[in-house]
Design a protein around this ligand. Structure first.
Ligand SMILES: [Zn+2]
Length: 103
C-alpha cells in the first residue's frame, strides 16, 4: 500500500497516515494477508493444484479486489480438472516469474 486510501498521501512504513492521521494498521494487515494468499495460490498452481489455488485466490479477492487476482480467478475457474504435469500458468511463465512485482 503506497498511498493512504482516505487522503491519497504517500505512505511510509508507519501505520498512521501523516496527513490525515488515519490508523491504517488493520488495512495494511489485510493487504498483506491478501498478498500472502495470492502467493500461496501461485505456488499451488505451480504444483498443478488448481482446486487449492482457486480457494486461495477467492479468499485473497474477498479481502482485496485486484485486477490481476481477478484475472487469475477467472483463468483457474474456467480450467477443467488439470491433468498431471500440465502447468496452469500462462505458456512460458513460471510461478517465480508470475509472483514477481511488475515494473
Ligand atoms: Zn491519509
Amino acid at each position: 500500500m503506497e498511498r493512504c486510501p482516505i487522503c491519497r498521501a504517500q505512505l511510509g512504513s508507519e501505520d498512521v497516515c501523516r496527513r490525515c492521521h488515519a490508523d491504517l494498521g488493520n488495512v495494511r494487515r489485510i493487504v498483506q494477508t491478501s498478498e500472502r494468499l495470492a502467493g500461496a495460490a501461485l505456488r499451488a498452481l505451480a504444483e498443478n493444484d488448481g482446486e487449492t489455488a482457486l480457494r486461495l485466490l477467492r479468499s485473497a479477492t474477498a479481502l482485496r479486489a485486484e485486477p490481476d487476482i481477478a484475472w487469475l480467478v477467472a483463468k483457474v475457474a474456467t480450467k477443467a480438472t488439470p491433468t498431471r504435469g500440465t502447468s496452469m500458468l500462462p505458456q512460458g511463465q513460471t510461478a517465480d516469474a508470475a509472483s514477481q512485482p511488475r515494473s
